[in-house]
Design a protein around this ligand. Sequence first.
Ligand SMILES: [Zn+2]
Length: 264
Amino acid sequence: MTMTIRQAIDTMMAQIPGASREGSVDTVKCGDASQPLTGIVTAFTVTHRVMREAASLGANLIITHEPTYYNHHDRTDGLAGDPVYETKRRTLEELGLTVWRFHDYWHAHRPDGILTGVARKLGWEPYLDLGRPAMAVVPATTLRSLALELKHKLALPFVRIAGDPEMACRQIGMLLGAVGAERQIDYLRRDDVDAVVCGETAEWQTCEYVRDACAGGRPRGLVVLGHCGSEDEGMRYLADWLRPLLPAVPIAHISSGDPLTLLA
Ligand SMILES: [Zn+2]
């Protein structure tokens, strides 16, 4: 018997014990979840290329980590008539795609699905400090080497750093994604953190805190990977995690890629 999209979503949700659906952004964004599932694509975010590639693979469910419509709750009331939004909405409809967001619950999985996927890709699973949330203790390195290792292993086109490139780094806050300046600075303030690795930063807040910390004799480093670059491997890992749960379903990951281009 063929499984519906809704049944596949429920199968995944059953793996996140205790997850409350109250207020979560992890909802169906478009499409019809009562349809039979033909295949799944996991992605960091729903780009036009992701939509077309998913359709050409015969998949009708995209599981996305980030919003489809440019705000946290995918509210569309302010977007009606916006040509960019309308084109995207129409394309999803024409391709028969259902989009379901898996953000809160994938982070709520124990261990965190995104951090696990990234740590596996980096070969850092043994370095994760399970006693301190989102911390890794790596062999002694410099901020420069750390950033270049991340760039290389995650196959990123570029990374940016704040702080002295030659500063010693060992205790790393793995604040992937866009957790906000407050939480980034909370980590950088601590005595047991040398550097923070983030997806997105706030240049006027976190980066200036790092600059002042270094100037004041309290060296701290920040590595900015880009939001997609910092979490995409977590969504690739989701595809690996799903295959044994849904063995009859074709499942693929498509990399969204960074929306920014560096001109250096
Ligand atoms: Zn995330």
